[in-house]
Design a protein around this ligand. Sequence first.
Ligand SMILES: Cc1cc2nc3c(=O)[nH]c(=O)nc-3n(C[C@H](O)[C@H](O)[C@H](O)COP(=O)(O)OP(=O)(O)OC[C@H]3O[C@@H](n4cnc5c(N)ncnc54)[C@H](O)[C@@H]3O)c2cc1C
Length: 193
Amino acid sequence: MSKILIINAMKKFAHSNGELNLTLHHAAADFLRQAGHEVKESIIDHGYVVEDEIEKYLWADTVIYQQPGWWMGTPWILKKYIDDVFTEGHGRLYASDGRSRSDASKKYGSGGLIQGKTYMLSVTWNAPQEAFDDPSQFFEGAGVDGVYLPFHKANQFLGMKPLPTFLCVDVMKQPDVENNLTRLREHLAAVFA
Ligand SMILES: Cc1cc2nc3c(=O)[nH]c(=O)nc-3n(C[C@H](O)[C@H](O)[C@H](O)COP(=O)(O)OP(=O)(O)OC[C@H]3O[C@@H](n4cnc5c(N)ncnc54)[C@H](O)[C@@H]3O)c2cc1C
């Protein structure tokens, strides 16, 4: 059984109400607890204490980031949370950028201190699936993980490894919430089997 931290970047702002991200968050927490996992939760917009968040990363086996796609990526509140928590985590979450003048085998990005842990993105977008995957459309076939490359790399800098990403598309045009909840439970069942 795993220790899982769910971090939620929902926020009521402009045409995002945050309700879908909260719904997915609660469904994931319920599903994982029923499956026997231990779950801690951080809803960024409700406030956080940086030191407590560092302790949660040290406690967790897996971190799930539930977040809406805003301007082609992570909402500012989650970027701020990462800047706050990861930076203050120097010495506990990461030692250095990994490079060493005396050892050429040491590489940039290899200084993470929480090796062996995993993270998972769960993201909601108004864009359709084809915008991510079709080489002739907006993201030129980069796929959802290509769009989130800097976000992935920030987590990998700490030593964590990615789990498969869960993507909800068309969430404003066609918010098929029941179908997305079913898909989320199937995704979690497969990932945490
Ligand atoms: C600043 C900003 C930038 C953005 N940039 C992008 C972008 O670059 N690309 C992109 O694709 N999108 C973008 N969006 C859209 C954004 O991704 C969506 O607004 C967001 O993903 C919706 O998540 P939410 O939790 O806020 O959903 P909500 O706004 O809460 O809900 C979305 C829909 O689902 C319904 N719903 C929610 N919960 C339930 C429930 N429990 N039961 C039944 N129905 C429910 C709501 O009624 C609504 O119709 C942007 C939005 C903002 C505000």
